[in-house]
Design a protein around this ligand. Sequence first.
Ligand SMILES: *Cc1c(COP(=O)(O)O)cnc(C)c1O
Length: 395
Amino acid sequence: MNSDIYLDNNATTPVDPEVMEAMLPYFTEYYGNASSINHPAGKKASEAVHKARLNIAELIGASEKEITFTSGATEAINLALQGVFHRYKKVGRHIITCTTEHRAVLDVCRYLEKQGAEITYLRVNRQGEIDLGELERSIRKDTILLSFMAANNETGVLHPIAEIAGISQRHKVLFFCDATQAIGKIPFSVAQYGIDLMAFSGHKMYGPKGVGALYIRRKSNRTQLEALLHGGGQENGLRAGTLNVPGIVGMGTAAALCQRAMKEESQRLEALRNQLENKLLTLEQSYVNGSSAERLPHVSNMCFRFLKAEQIMVGLRKIAMAAGSACATGSLNPSHVLLAMGLEKEDAHASLRFSLGRFTTPEEIDTAAQLIMQKVTELRNESPVWALYKQGIIS
Ligand SMILES: *Cc1c(COP(=O)(O)O)cnc(C)c1O
């Protein structure tokens, strides 16, 4: 059963009805293999893939030849990180990334360490921001790659992508960006920033699950990669396997819709997000994680001290929210992102993420704010820890 109020759009977004409409004929009517271009059925599929590639390239300021389709951001991240390491490991084995990256990046880094890579994990400050000076000082002669996400999935905190790209160019190292949460939500141009590789996903931008893309810079300085999957030679030999035509059509339509709606949507959602935060901040001992950093407009991560986020979620099943990231939910470990920002374990456990989306209404935000305020107050009234705080015994 679905929750009545969906504030978990960073975990996945619903498929926009217009996207679904565009996809449907590619299951039943135009079912050709996009590689079988010697007959009309295959041609039709191939043309649809081409159109999607154009839409997606336009959204990120790339050319369509620079888009490689994958099964999602996780695969695109694996292709980028493993592909660069295996292509350039004779030149150097050092990679720089950050402690607050998504598990899809951190786990690949751990894997590459076993393959002989040396990885520097930059720390962040209390706002989730890296120190660009420290980044520059961390670059060595054998550094081959910088890997930094555009927007954090848990807090919405943005990294200074243009500056990081500038540093990568000055030092002649590659820059890979996991932009899964930023694409389609805020203006983003790989050409303008000077990014070499960038991963993103259909199901975080109102497209379907199971499709994503890796942008690979081709202009001037072409980025070389070793493929992960070998087989049919699709996607310039970089990603073998029959193309997921309906998924790709869906992601292409989603990209076009995002481009059209982005400006108005982000302003609308920022206003709603601020409204939610302002209401919830009237609760004692509550704060916003990353509040003074540059953030995505539709994301809020809030700590309600002396509680457990799970208690609030269990008490409010009507509202879909997240504690930490979706992948970490259900585990008892507090969010690695919030711990990296220097939160105490207790405060990390007491933090909830709200991620608004295209279909979030003002009424839902009003209701959610009211229900969460009630629940937090109720839980605290029953809480011995809260009583200790009120008596001044703990702080
Ligand atoms: C969701 C997400 C991923 C994984 O994307 P999939 O398409 O589900 O594989 C990677 N990085 C970030 C920042 C994400 O939010």
